[in-house]
Design a protein around this ligand. Structure first.
Ligand SMILES: [Mn+2]
Length: 275
């Protein structure tokens, strides 16, 4: 069954009030609309657990795995081993967010995170949703609908870049955030559209007038809601006259994650200029 609309939503990061305001602004209908989240539902913002719980109870939802969901899944795996064997949990929990979510969440909350996919193709609109980006040499997307948590080690190696890609070097290798230098390029500058237009989050970036960044084959919709920017929704009508042409809906966020501002300022010093 094709639903009336598909609404793709940027990094929520625990901003549940803003998410609910966005859904209202979109005249969201639980029965008729599919919600696709680009990942990073939680961390940094005020209501991480409430956000996960709210989203998982909605009717038609696709969660694309972000690096933050991935961290929580790994943390839980290590916690369970620790509880059995006493082996310490190696996950760095700088802000206490992993432990806090682990204490609040139940099996259903984690089951929801565990069914997240790493790419969601909107075939009819020729768009694909990933959290971070497309590694330059990637030849194929993973099988549609297969959750990340079911991937083998080699699958994870092959497709892991979809959730953390950022910059690439001259040979087309992905560069980790701490190794980025000014001469590197953003993955989307070289992306040729082979999987369709990419909608991604992960990297908080806006144009001078506060709207999101678009390149030829990619739309980066993380407009920094949790830093006092905006939460963005791309609303695709599935009516044939509107194919591939979303309406942009945004609501204002609040600067909840002020403690991350220093890190962002530091990261910008080594971030190559965006086209
Ligand atoms: Mn994010």
């Amino acid at each position: 069954m094709t639903l009336r609309r598909t609404i793709v939503i940027s990094d929520v990061h625990g901003c549940l009030d803003e998410l609910q305001a966005l859904l209202k602004a979109c005249s969201y209908s639980p029965d008729d609309d599919l919600l696709v989240f680009v990942g990073d539902l939680l961390d940094k913002g005020p209501k991480p657990h409430e956000t996960v719980r709210y989203v998982r109870q909605l009717r038609h939802v696709v969660l694309v795995l972000g690096n933050h969901e991935d961290k929580h899944i790994r943390y839980r795996g290590h916690e369970r081993r620790r509880e059995k064997s006493g082996k310490s949990n190696p996950c760095l929990d700088r802000h206490g967010e992993l432990a806090a979510f682990y204490a609040a969440a139940d099996d259903e909350d984690y089951a929801f995170l565990n069914q997240a996919v790493v790419a969601y193709t909107m075939t009819e609109h020729n768009h694909v949703v990933v959290h971070a980006g497309i590694p330059p040499r990637l030849k194929a997307l993973p099988p549609e609908g297969r959750p990340w948590s079911s991937f083998t080690k080699s699958d994870k190696k092959k497709w892991g870049g979809l959730k953390w890609a950022r910059c690439v070097d001259a040979r087309g290798n992905l560069i980790g955030v701490y190794d980025t230098q000014l001469h590197h390029r953003f993955w989307c500058e070289d992306y040729d559209g082979r999987f369709g237009t990419v909608i991604y989050g992960h990297l908080h970036r806006v144009t001078e007038d506060g709207s999101f960044i678009e390149t030829e084959h990619a739309r980066g919709i993380d407009t920094g809601c949790v830093y006092g920017g905006r939460l963005t929704g791309l609303v695709f009508s599935n009516h044939e006259s509107c194919i591939g042409q979303p309406i942009v809906v945004q609501v204002d966020g609040s600067p909840y994650a002020d403690d991350h501002a220093e890190y962002l300022a530091e990261a910008r010093k080594t971030t190559p200029p965006f086209p």
